[in-house]
Ligand binder design. Structure first.
Ligand SMILES: Nc1nc2c(ncn2[C@@H]2O[C@H](COP(=O)(O)OP(=O)(O)OP(=O)(O)O)[C@@H](O)[C@H]2O)c(=O)[nH]1
Ligand SMILES: [Mg+2]
Length: 374
């Protein structure tokens, strides 16, 4: 699962990407020299991991991850109403979600490519640009479907006619500035759509990059912008890319002190990563023990046997059952620290350790031990 970062030139994309992935890709105040996209991994901050780690004191701690792609410079055409083309389009089509960095910081030495700084304008512009690309894809598709109709057999004709109606309907809504993610579809239509790779169909995370001087107002700015732009498939987070980049370079204690001096508690990065995770419809289950406490990522609604396959295909194939302890039940059993392993014995005694079969729908936070045939 990956998010691809997009935004106008010099909006702070690479700065934020580096902070997210603790990386050091070169940022650019002048022209872009970077030729290949940067790929990075962010660890998902999760207070439950900290709690579990304290109870089991494991040798290894493996948090969940989210992957980010930072594209070289800005999409040609972005901000000029020409639509996004070429390599950029390909990268974006492969993304599970799009992360838009919208610049809100003023810096006279770094002129904004559209002449003035306005995050609201840029957020609206992005959807228009993405819509242009989608319209081009849909037009090509409609054209091809129409041409193919002549040679189609009767039963193919019917399916193609249905698809033509669908494509035309999406096109019309897009022309009225309604992104695909805001349109309604049947299950069958959604399947057809998945093949198109439409950009406005992808969940969107808007990261508004404010200047350091606005940090104190970030909650207020966030609230106002969310009221305008947020929806179930659009999340919005306000951060200062520059400060997050500095914080990411510090040790934990220094970072905490610096954050307290800014009057903010939650790290901006952790907000971005958590929002990414939620936006992608991801959930976590845990495996625990003295060797390793590990967070595994699954999509919401995944059943136990499939979830077992995340660990190893052998466990999925030879699946017998899952022993499941809900996270909240675990916490209740663990008033005293470092009682991790004993709590499973205790859970069994009290009947809160559940025996679940192949089709059990895994819940967020479940602590699971899979039993399987070799
Ligand atoms: N003042 C200020 N400068 C910033 C901030 N974020 C990034 N910059 C600066 O803006 C310049 C561009 O930052 P990048 O992170 O390279 O921006 P980008 O969007 O990746 O740029 P391109 O890839 O060239 O489009 C750098 O000189 C950064 O130091 C910020 O929050 N405040
Ligand atoms: Mg960059």
């Amino acid at each position: 699962m990956q998010l691809t970062i997009i935004g106008l030139p010099k909006s702070g994309k690479t700065t934020i990407f580096n902070a997210l992935s603790a990386g050091s890709a070169p940022t650019s105040a002048y022209s872009a020299t970077q030729a290949k996209p940067n790929l990075g991994v962010a660890k998902v901050p999760d207070p439950r991991m900290i709690y579990l780690t304290a109870r089991f004191n494991p040798k290894k701690i493996l948090p969940a991850e989210v992957h980010y792609v930072d594209l070289p410079a800005s999409a040609k055409g972005f901000g000029t109403s020409e639509g996004i083309g070429g390599q950029f389009l390909l990268h974006l089509q492969q993304a599970d979600a799009i992360l838009h960095v919208a610049r809100a910081f003023e810096d006279p030495s770094l002129p904004h490519s559209l002449g003035s700084v306005s995050a609201e304008r840029d957020i609206a512009t992005l959807d228009i640009e993405l819509s242009f690309s989608d319209l081009a894809v849909l037009e090509r598709r409609v054209q091809r479907l129409k041409e193919a109709q002549k040679g189609n057999k009767p039963q193919e004709r019917e399916a193609a006619a249905r698809e033509l109606v669908l494509a035309s309907r999406i096109k019309e809504a897009l022309e009225q500035e309604k992104p695909v993610r805001q349109q309604q579809f049947t299950e069958e239509e959604s399947k057809t759509l998945a093949n198109y790779g439409l950009l406005t169909a992808k969940p969107l995370l808007v990261v508004v990059n404010i200047g350091e001087e606005s940090i104190a107002d970030s909650d207020k700015i966030e609230k106002e912008l969310r009221a305008k732009f947020a929806s179930p498939s659009v999340k919005l987070v306000v951060i200062s890319g520059k400060i997050e980049a500095e914080l990411a370079q510090m040790g934990e204690a220094d970072a905490k002190e610096f954050r307290a001096s800014l009057g903010t508690q939650e790290s901006g990065l952790s907000k971005v990563i958590r929002s990414s995770y939620e936006l992608l419809g991801l959930q976590t289950f845990f495996t625990v023990g003295p060797d390793e406490v590990r967070a595994w990522t699954i999509t919401t609604g995944m059943v136990a046997q499939k979830a077992a396959g995340k660990i190893h295909s052998d466990i999925e194939r030879g699946f017998i059952r899952a022993e499941v302890l809900g996270y909240d039940d675990f916490v209740k059993l663990n008033a005293a620290p470092r009682t991790g392993e004993k709590s499973f014995v205790e859970a069994r005694k009290r009947g809160v350790l559940r025996q679940e079969g192949k089709t059990y729908v895994v819940k967020d936070g479940d602590i699971i031990e899979f039993l399987h045939n070799e």
